[in-house]
Design a protein around this ligand. Structure first.
Ligand code: AMP
Length: 132
């Protein structure tokens, strides 16, 4: 059975898409810890990020950097925090979170509840910077 993230890549379930290339895909986290919180995944279905082959791992990191730069241009922040947890969804992913301070990268705080239209607006703005 496919992971929920493979279903997103295949368009079987919706996502607030930021962008993709041949090997990777980026979309907003549905339960963001901050506005612009984005997930970057390899299209290949591998659970643990450090089990990816060298090429895919390198490609994912380069793709994550491009996405991070797009978020940075869109959401006011000090920088983009990077986290890997993988405790919930068994499909490798990197969390990219716009942060002002250390506390903003806390996954144990209550998540933001943003209405769908706001999520779509944020995704559109980041997507525009990703494509430019
Ligand atoms: P973790 O595996 O611990 O890194 O957590 C998985 C992350 O995926 C959480 O932050 C969830 O909010 C996020 N997530 C789960 N399902 C979806 C989905 N359908 N669309 C976007 N983000 C999701």
């Amino acid at each position: 059975m496919s992971t929920i993230f493979t279903k997103i890549v295949n368009g079987e379930i919706p996502s607030y898409k930021i962008g993709e290339n041949e090997k990777c895909y980026a979309f907003l986290d549905i339960n963001p810890v901050a506005k612009g919180h984005t997930l970057v995944i390899p299209k290949v279905e591998v659970d643990y990020i450090f089990d990816l082959n060298d090429d895919t791992f390198a490609e994912l990191m380069l793709f994550a950097r491009k996405v991070a730069k797009s978020i940075e241009k869109t959401v006011p922040c000090n920088r983009i925090g990077v986290a890997v947890l993988g405790l919930e969804v068994p499909h490798a992913h990197i969390h990219l979170v716009p942060i002002q301070s250390e506390a903003d990268l806390s996954f144990s705080r209550p998540k933001l509840k943003l209405p769908p239209n706001e999520m779509e607006t944020i995704a559109q703005k980041i997507r525009k910077n990703f494509l430019s």
